[in-house]
Design a protein around this ligand. Structure first.
Ligand code: N2P
Length: 345
């Protein structure tokens, strides 16, 4: 071979060697905001060479709408239990090959047998948590034990809540003795007057980082994700308290799942197994202190982390997961959108 020919051959080889892996080596991840540490994504890329394209959302409904619009193709999404149930029904999720997820064995046995996906055939638990009340005890001296205690006229303009229509509706239902499995059109009419009183009291709607308004002192009370509360308790334990409402609270199980039509299925499996490694899962808990479903990762937490009442509540709180509510979801959304518009938010 001439020197020129061998040079040309070497260039061709390097071109293909460079082109082939980069074409396959990516993962399009669509996940909740404030939920996956950048260090975990970087660690995954460093080890596998797979680039992660990371987009975030702030509600299950937002994720579903984007997926259904077909505006983008994702390889991995992060639905909560009730949305997993809906996506399975709509045949939107790929059936998982457990042989490709050896670290699935680290998931605690209480996460198997759940109604939304009893055999974890379509989804793998990522984090569990609750939706509860945070109180700034320096500013609020009266006892706060439930939703009705939060939404009082005297706290007007001092409240942050999640920007999540279904969560909000279930609080109003609970205040009327109705459970999250009773989201019907008739019951929405029933709680409309309650919500009409409640929503004008709210100062901030924030599902991304509701802890921020509390930390800054912009508000004194909040109804937030437990992991957000756990950070407040960790940073300022004397100032903040986490209360699980006596009427009952949502216990969510957030999962990862591969949507049908995903282009990088192997990369998705690799990520699922990677995030289930005890050390990696432990790293996630450090930044986002939700309830970790990974029993091996839990063993790596510090006693302080395990004692955090927002992450690992003790006692016997009334906690319920949500079920798929079907088409009434659109009514839930409209009710809250309309009431928010009326109350000027
Ligand atoms: C993370 C939100 C987590 C929980 N920012 C919602 N299910």
């Amino acid at each position: 071979m001439t020197r020129f020919a061998s040079l040309a051959l070497a260039m061709l080889v390097s071109l293909f060697a460079g082109a082939a892996p980069s074409a396959a080596a990516e993962l399009n991840l669509f996940a909740w905001s404030e939920y996956i540490p950048q260090s975990v994504l970087d660690g995954f890329t460093k080890e596998t060479g797979i680039e992660v394209n990371y987009e975030t959302y702030a509600s299950n409904e937002e994720m579903l709408a984007k997926l259904l619009s077909g505006a983008a193709a994702y390889d991995l999404v992060q639905p909560s239990e009730y949305t997993v149930e809906a996506m399975i029904k709509e045949k939107m999720l790929l059936k998982l090959d457990h042989a490709k997820i050896p670290n699935l064995k680290n998931v605690g046995k209480e996460y198997w047998g759940q109604p939304h996906d009893p055999k974890l055939e379509y989804s793998v638990p990522y984090m569990q948590g609750t939706v509860g009340i945070v109180v700034n005890t320096e500013k609020v001296k009266e006892p706060i034990t439930g939703y009705a205690d939060v939404f009082q006229e005297k706290y007007k303009g001092r409240i942050v809540i999640l920007d999540d229509a279904l969560e909000i509706v279930t609080w109003a239902l609970a205040s009327q003795g109705l459970g999250p499995d009773q989201v019907t059109k008739a019951n929405l009419e029933k709680v409309k007057p309650v919500l009409t009183k409640w929503l004008p009291l709210v100062k901030v709607y924030d599902s991304d980082s509701p802890k921020t308004a509390l930390l800054n002192g912009d508000v004194d009370l909040g109804i937030v994700w437990s992991g957000e509360a756990a950070i407040l308790l960790q940073e300022q334990p004397k100032r903040f308290k986490y209360v699980l409402p006596k009427e009952g609270a949502h216990m969510f199980i957030d999962n990862v799942a591969i949507p049908k039509g995903a282009e990088n299925v192997d990369a998705a499996y690799k990520f699922i197994d990677y995030m289930l490694r005890p050390a990696v899962s432990r790293e996630i808990s450090k930044d986002f202190p939700y309830t970790n479903p990974n029993v091996e990762a839990r063993k790596l937490l510090t006693p302080e982390e395990r004692a955090n009442q927002a992450s690992y509540p003790t006692g016997n709180p009334k906690l319920e997961t949500f079920r798929d509510i079907g088409p009434v979801a659109a009514d839930v959304d409209k009710l809250i959108t309309d009431l928010k518009a009326k109350s000027g938010s």
